[in-house]
Ligand binder design. Structure first.
Ligand SMILES: CC(C)(COP(=O)(O)OP(=O)(O)OC[C@H]1O[C@@H](n2cnc3c(N)ncnc32)[C@H](O)[C@@H]1OP(=O)(O)O)[C@@H](O)C(=O)NCCC(=O)NCCS
Length: 228
């Protein structure tokens, strides 16, 4: 048996603990696992659990709202009955932010305090996001209105699953009529930066010297009929 895309032998798709990961649609009871994966990859791709006072916070900001707002855009990786990775996204970033402002941040403000002097460097920007939900003018949204996040636990990394997840969500966004997608990545997350470059995502904003993050994107118009 071989993987349908890469032609690699199926053994090459085995996870580090020997199981066979599979992609499947999101189910409502996956939300907790999404938050867990988000936390365990939340420190520039590494485990953020030692850095936060609220283990659910990073997933409540960067994973759960996508799954609630548009579950059809979520694909998860399941391994041994556990979710070990996901891709999430939204078709229209400004519409998603408006949805969050109305339906998501108000409940979170009841759960999490405004950032104070005691908040860790990990928690402070997340708490700021919850309490101020800043909306910045971003010129690239006209051409790249969609965005996505992809995260895999170490056990599922390096098996071609990241590419397959991205292929899935790009196909869906393109089918939904999106002209392009963008995402943000920490400059220090060199693994992800290399991965996105390999998948054809290019800087949409010229990074300033010493930039700590990049905005990358891909236009579907340039893809012709192929989503990846
Ligand atoms: C970044 C991440 C999504 C990549 O997924 P992955 O499953 O490990 O990557 P894949 O095995 O699918 O790699 C896909 C392709 O990218 C290439 N690639 C992966 N990492 C690369 C790197 N650092 N530099 C260059 N190429 C890279 C692979 O060789 C492969 O190429 P091919 O398909 O042409 O053979 C995954 O490692 C991850 O979730 N990391 C932790 C969380 C994270 O950092 N998320 C991104 C936050 S912005």
């Amino acid at each position: 048996m071989s993987d349908e895309r890469t032609g690699r032998p199926a053994a090459a798709q085995r996870s580090a603990d020997g199981g066979e990961p599979r992609l499947r649609p999101f189910a409502a009871d996956d939300l907790g696992d999404l938050r867990e994966v988000c936390l365990r990859t939340g420190d520039l791709g590494a485990d953020g659990s030692a850095l936060t006072a609220w283990p659910d916070l990073v997933g409540d900001v960067y994973a759960a709202p996508y799954a609630v707002a548009d579950p059809g855009l979520v694909t998860v990786v399941e391994l041994d009955l556990r979710v070990v990775g996901y891709v999430i996204g939204c078709r229209d970033t400004l519409a998603f932010e408006a949805w969050c402002a109305e339906h998501w941040w108000p409940a979170l403000r009841e759960r999490y305090p405004a950032p104070g002097p005691d908040a860790s460097a990990f928690d402070a920007p997340l708490l700021r996001q919850v309490h101020t939900a800043p909306v910045e003018e971003r010129p690239y949204l006209a051409t790249h209105p969609s965005h996505l996040h992809v995260d895999l636990l170490p056990v599922a990394q390096g098996l071609g699953l990241g590419r397959r997840l991205i292929d899935h969500v790009l196909g869906r966004l393109r089918d939904a009529g999106s002209p392009g997608v963008h995402l943000g990545v920490g400059a220090a997350n060199t693994r992800a930066v290399g991965f996105y470059a390999r998948l054809g995502l290019r800087p949409l904003v010229e990074p300033e010297p010493g930039a700590t993050s990049y905005v990358l994107g891909r236009s579907f118009a340039a893809d012709g009929d192929a989503p990846a």
